[in-house]
Structure formats: structure tokens, C-alpha cells
Design a protein around this ligand. Sequence first.
Ligand code: HEM
Length: 244
Amino acid sequence: MSALTVTYALFFYVAAAALLAGVGWRCWVYARTPQPLKIPIPPAPTTRGGVALRMLLEVTLFRALFRSNKWIWLFGWTFHVALLAVLLRHLRYFTEPVWAWVGLVQPFGVYAAFAMLAGLAGLWARRVLVDRVRYITSPSDHLMLALLAAIAASGLAMKYLAHTDIVALKAFFLGLMAFDWQPLPADPVLLAHLALVATLMIVFPASKLLHAPGVFFSPSFNQVDDAREHRHAAGWSAQIVRGR
Ligand code: HEM
């Protein structure tokens, strides 16, 4: 077994553990954070079913962003939908036999890579060109955009410029999941793509990308607007009342 294979195998185990444990821990903290006030953004639903529908529209269409800024919505939504298509296309590297619907996604995944880069370019341009946004932009905002753009660019480079041995790559990842390591192809672009992906997995739980699971815990979206019907007691305040 080559040193390269061992290094990447360990890198991916560490990255997967960091991603799962980090996101799990963050969600646990979010779930236990008290919501002391009723603060749903109006117009807000008055039933749990309405909240579920609101959340669905939020995560599929980015409705609140659409209402607030059409340009950011266009670039942001394009990027996220394209990312989803790309990730679904990638499922073929991790499943055997490949599910039929993953086969159907394949042609769209390639166009999605370009759409993903276009979306990222628009979001990045805004951080550089719009004064007010540049003022509140931190280095980590640039880092996340750079990381995602570099992953997409190296992926496209593999597709069109420097092909890799996809069969061997798939054997490597299926082997990783079965704890039966197989050799990893030593193509530089593939190694760059994978190192960037593993880096993204490691930084994810410490980054702004946590907004993905975080939106479900946002009180302004997940609360029912029923403050006039029921007294709202946050978890900790209910305990204080009981303890008195
Ligand atoms: C361990 C995980 C991953 C592996 C094994 C992997 C592997 C690959 C391979 C082999 C290609 C070339 C496909 C071809 O020649 O047909 C590719 C392309 C690509 N990858 Fe990845 N990748 C991974 C994760 C990711 C992630 C997380 C992203 C996005 C954040 C991403 C974005 C892309 C893009 C945009 C392309 C070009 C379009 C395409 O062929 O789908 N990859 N990837």
C-alpha cells in the first residue's frame, strides 16, 4: 500500500469524523439554545403545518432572500441548486450498484458545475465591488468562496483536461467505507480536488457554511406566530417559574 493511499485514507477518515462530530455537536448546541422571545419574521404562519411549509419554501426557493435582494438571490440560489446537482452526480462514486436516478442526474451535473462557478463568481464579485458588503467581509468569507471555487475548478479540470481513473477512484472510496483499503490513483488534479474537499469537510463545522443546518434552528423562521393565543415560555424561564 503506497504512502499516498495511506495518507489520503487517513485524511478522509479524520475529515469525515470532524464533519460528523462537528456538525452534530453544533446542532446539539443550537437545539438547546433557549428562544426567550417570540420573533417570527412577519407575515408568519399561525400553525405548525404552516411553519413546515414556510421552512420548505425557505430551503428550496430561498424566499426571504428573494424578497430582500434579487441579485443575491439569483447568484445564491443558482450556486446552491447547482451544488446539489453536482453532489447528487457524485453519488455514483460511493454506491455499487449505482441507483437508477443517480444515472439520470449525470448529464445535468456537468452543466451544474459551470452554474456553480457562475453563482460563486457573482457572490464573490459582490463582496469585492459593493462598498457596504466589502466593509463587513472578513477573510473567512473569501476563504470559503475560494475553497468552493477551487473544488469546482479542479473537478472541471478532471472532466475536461486531466482525466483520472474513475474506476480505481471508486474502488478507493468503496474500500474506505468497507475498511478494505484500495490504491488511490496518483493524478495531481485528483489529489488536489480530494485535498480541497477534505479541507472543506474539516473547516465546515467551524465556518459560516453552518447556515445550512442552522436555518432549521432559526427562531425567526421556525416559530409559530401564536403569541396572542398562548403565553410563550422559554425553556429556562419555565424552569424558573416551576422552581419558585
Ligand atoms: C470525496 C469526495 C469527492 C470525490 C471522490 C470527487 C471526485 C470527482 C471526480 C472524479 C470528478 C471528475 C468527474 C469526471 O471526470 O466525470 C469530479 C468532478 C467535480 N467535482 Fe468532485 N469529488 C468529490 C467531492 C466534491 C465536492 C464536495 C464538490 C463540491 C463542493 C465537488 C465538485 C466537483 C465539480 C463541480 C466537478 C465537475 C463536474 C462533474 O464532473 O460533476 N466534488 N469530482
